[in-house]
Design a protein around this ligand. Sequence first.
Ligand code: NAP
Ligand code: MG
Length: 474
Amino acid sequence: MFEYAPAPESRDVVDIKPSYGLFIGGEFTDGTGTPFKTVNPASEEVLSEVASASADDVDRAVRAAREAFGTWSAMPGSERAKYLFRIARIIQERSRELAVLESLDNGKPIRESRDVDLPLVAAHFFYYAGWADKLSYAGYGPSPRPLGVAGQVIPWNFPLLMLAWKIAPALACGNTVVLKPAETTPLTALLFAEICRQADLPPGVVNIVTGAGETGAALVNHPDVDKVAFTGSTEVGRLIARSVAGTRKKVTLELGGKAANIVFDDAALDQAVEGVVNGIFFNQGHVCCAGSRLLVQESIAEELLEALKRRLATLRLGDPLDKNTDIGAINSAAQLAKIRELSDHGELEGAERWSPACALPERGFWFPPTIFTGVAQSHRIAREEVFGPVLSVLTFRTPAEAVEKANNTPYGLSAGVWTEKGSRILWMADRLRAGVVWANTFNRFDPTSPFGGYKESGYGREGGRHGLEAYLDV
Ligand code: NAP
Ligand code: MG
């Protein structure tokens, strides 16, 4: 066995303060809630203490955003674009610092935060900066108007990327924002607040309120918020939809998923194996659009599974800051408990569980890459979102059966199709009820491409020209 020497990225590039306040009206201020700690999930080391925003603090933030809205929305688009371009460039300049901080707070491998998250974050700001002075040509009328103050709540799986998906289009369209990052991953959002100051963004255009679910609820329910943008679980999405029903607030919800990754017998097998691995083990499977259900054509099931297991045995799990690491830490003890519970249930229901030999570090939250075979459609591991490195394998015989099984889920965020035949790709894409259908690839993101779901995966689109609609009064 080829041994790798440790290749850790230095954490000296980031300066984590012992405590952080809220970012309101361009200033860091204390919160009146009880501060909470954020930990490094790979070591359980406390990284910092972070202020918690009470309903009063949220109110201050919304008022700051309202005050800034007048001048920000009246500014010519070309001027707003300058700020967004500046933010994008600073993100690129400080990308190493941001990537290390993201990996420390979230547990994701540095290879991913450095090579996927950060380039996409910068690309998102560049892309929407380009739209700021071209909104009249976006297809939403001659001079579309912004909505006002956007209240935005995001999850912990892609902390900075979800922030970019929310803030970049909102600002480009002339809105101001109050954003709540997830409780377990607040640090890159707070560094982003510093970047807003560095870019001389007018005070109040971006406000960051840290805290738990209650802070999110206070923001969503604030009467002076014009637009709610939420990414997170379907459960909380439902609560939010209920609470804003009957108000004037415009809402977009990006929720859970249980995507099928469908491999036909004519697919290039080695490529498909890489795609399956990337589909479910990227970011420890903490991906809403993860290919968590592998649907493989019966005639190649055995061969594919063998190749998949061989490949999984080479994945390296451990220190997220090591540049050779493929699989990092599970983000929190709570998420680890949820993954364990669903996996144990899979075994109880009669599916067969397999993981490669894989030593787990003693401290921190870890779960080995896991495959379930002999999975029935009724099993919880085939129906519920595990949001962890757990793959359920099912088989099919005909394309029609593949479509039926793939669509047999309350979700509809994404799907993957692996085949040599172009006509089959189009035939499948027409029938799959999923917001994104990838062909011979998986988990590909691009700021120009809209993303969003069908059914219980939510409504509204983020990214691309379509993503502007959510922030314009159309
Ligand atoms: P979550 O519990 O719904 O949390 C998401 C965010 O909402 C967090 O900031 C959370 O705060 C906050 N929150 C909790 N309760 C709230 C309430 N009553 N009102 C307002 N905000 C509230 O989801 P999660 O477990 O962190 O994230 C994983 C989920 O997100 C998965 O289901 C995944 O599929 C989904 N996701 C979807 C997409 C997409 O684009 N469709 C992308 C990424 C993730 P706390 O941090 O304090 O809990
Ligand atoms: Mg953390």
